[in-house]
Design a protein around this ligand. Structure first.
Ligand code: PRP
Length: 169
């Protein structure tokens, strides 16, 4: 495994993203929604850098492994608990790969009548994208390699690694 993005670089980028989000949503009712499980490290680092008041919640989609990845069949495993009506929603994700998960979540959350829904993803793997997804905030673009660490797993392992690492395919 080789280090693709060291923790110092991740921390610097998160400070920049948090500054932009704090500026863009100043004076607005903002709810950050973390997509479990992968986003948990990014989420916790990002929220602690924000300079504005926020609400937070989490959502989880059922993973059907290879089937989910190839077919785009997605289901909600854990819904958000707090009302989103009239609030601005920012979805916090660790990585957008094929794009199916985010496309589904955007549609699902829009049904809850928020004022706006946007996406903040630490990582973007555009080379694999199957459906178009707009990332309002993005940390890094990554190559088509298997990526672990900083929340991302390989069979539930390596989520706790502080750097983002790649496993050669
Ligand atoms: C990963 C990642 C995104 C999704 C992206 O989650 O965290 O939620 O896949 O995939 P897509 O763009 O190809 O749809 P995963 O299903 O591995 O669950 P996890 O977050 O619990 O690790």
């Amino acid at each position: 495994m080789k280090v693709l993005i060291p923790k110092s670089k991740i921390a610097r980028r998160i400070k920049q993203l948090a500054a932009r989000i704090s500026r863009d949503y100043s004076g607005k009712k903002l709810v950050l929604i973390g997509v479990l499980k992968g986003s948990f490290v990014f989420f916790s680092d990002l929220v602690r850098q924000l300079k504005i008041p926020i609400e937070m919640d989490f959502i989880q989609v059922a993973s059907y492994g290879a089937l989910k990845k190839s077919s785009g069949v997605i289901k909600i495993k854990k819904d958000v608990d707090i009302p989103l009506v009239g609030k601005h929603v920012l979805i916090i994700e660790d990585i957008v790969d094929l794009g199916y998960t985010m496309k589904y979540l955007l549609k699902f959350l829009k049904h809850k009548k928020p004022k706006s829904v946007k996406v903040c993803s630490l990582l973007d793997k555009p080379s694999r994208r199957k459906v178009k997804v707009h990332l309002a905030y993005k940390g890094f673009t990554v190559p088509d390699k298997f990526i672990v660490g900083y929340g991302l797993d390989w069979a539930e392992r390596y989520r706790n690694l502080p750097d983002i690492r790649s496993i050669r395919k």
